[in-house]
Ligand binder design. Structure first.
Ligand SMILES: [Fe+2]
Ligand SMILES: [Fe+2]
Length: 305
């Protein structure tokens, strides 16, 4: 498709666009390098762990590694869709988004290499629910955007990518990782990496919330598309958490008295349920706006982004 015009030649960037603000934030707050993280203590900790204790970290890492790789390779259709729709500021923000995901993928791969499991096939820890979301729903919804960038297709892509994968699963994963390893004072390197990831993901979530909200503001049909897809994905999203926590329950049922690791599976499951409710509530706040323009206006005033 030929270009008919250029925004920055006819005029300028929209400095007040919510996604331009987020782009500015990403440039400032997204500065970190996975190669700078020291994993030497993690290596020592991992060596000292028992076989059972190691099994508590690997399923989580297996979920994160594949998840970050999936979101790195699956984001392009969203960038393409925003660019085609002339959403320049959104496209600019997404350039930082993709770089973030590449760094997240790098971080987990470096950790696996450092602790000596780089060659281990961790896909045995991917449950059927995990596969339905990361192997199927995510790439299917994202790839649809290459031929269909309708509001419905964009909402569904942002719902599975930003709300379910990032907003529910990644957030619950950080929580579990910190619950288990921060408390036990183990694996400081990967915990530091997770802090960086968490900050980046905050911006990614804001993109997702904004993108869905602007399409459902004043459009009840689109709002239902979002809510229905969230409900459709929830059993598998929760299935991912149930599988991981069931592994901990098995561990706890065994003789675990010599371990410094503690699990509260119920708290982890509750946390995931809470994330589901929070994400739905956040996006549905768009009910208060009659149009995307009104939402933009409110965001400019509120400094929420
Ligand atoms: Fe990520
Ligand atoms: Fe992300």
């Amino acid at each position: 498709m030929a270009h008919e015009t250029f925004q920055t030649v006819e005029g300028q960037l929209n400095w007040n666009a919510p996604m331009f603000k987020l782009y500015e934030k990403a440039k400032k707050n997204g500065k970190w390098d996975p190669a700078d993280i020291d994993f030497s203590q993690d290596q020592i900790d991992f060596q000292r762990m028992t076989e059972d204790e190691r099994v508590t970290s690997l399923p989580l890492v297996a979920s994160f590694s594949a998840g970050e790789e999936a979101v790195t390779v699956d984001i392009l259709p969203m960038v393409h869709a925003m660019a085609n729709q002339g959403r320049l500021e959104d496209t600019m923000f997404l350039t930082t988004f993709m770089f973030d995901e590449a760094k997240h993928t790098e971080m987990f791969s470096r950790w696996q290499k450092a602790i000596g499991v780089g060659e281990m096939d961790l896909s045995v820890f991917h449950s059927d629910s995990y596969k339905r979301i990361f192997y199927e729903a995510l790439p299917e919804s994202m790839n649809r955007l290459t031929t269909d960038d309708s509001p419905e297709a964009v909402i569904r892509a942002a719902t599975v990518y930003n709300m379910v994968v990032e907003g529910i699963l990644a957030e619950s994963g950080y929580y579990s990782f910190r619950q288990i390893f921060k408390k036990a004072n183990l694996l400081p390197g990967i915990l530091m990496g997770i802090d960086y990831l968490n900050r980046d993901e905050g911006r990614h979530l804001q993109f997702g919330i904004y993108t869905i909200q602007r399409l459902i503001a004043g459009n009840e049909k689109n709002r239902l598309i979002f809510n229905d897809y969230m409900d459709e994905l929830w059993p598998d999203a929760y299935g991912v958490i149930e599988y991981l926590t069931s592994l901990y329950d098995i561990q706890m049922a065994q003789d675990w008295t010599n371990s410094s690791l503690e699990f509260d599976s119920d708290a982890m499951r509750e946390y995931a349920k809470k994330q589901f409710e929070i994400r739905k509530r956040q996006v549905n706040r768009a009910k208060n706006y009659s149009s995307a323009a009104e939402l933009d206006e409110r965001l400019v005033k509120s400094k929420d982004i």
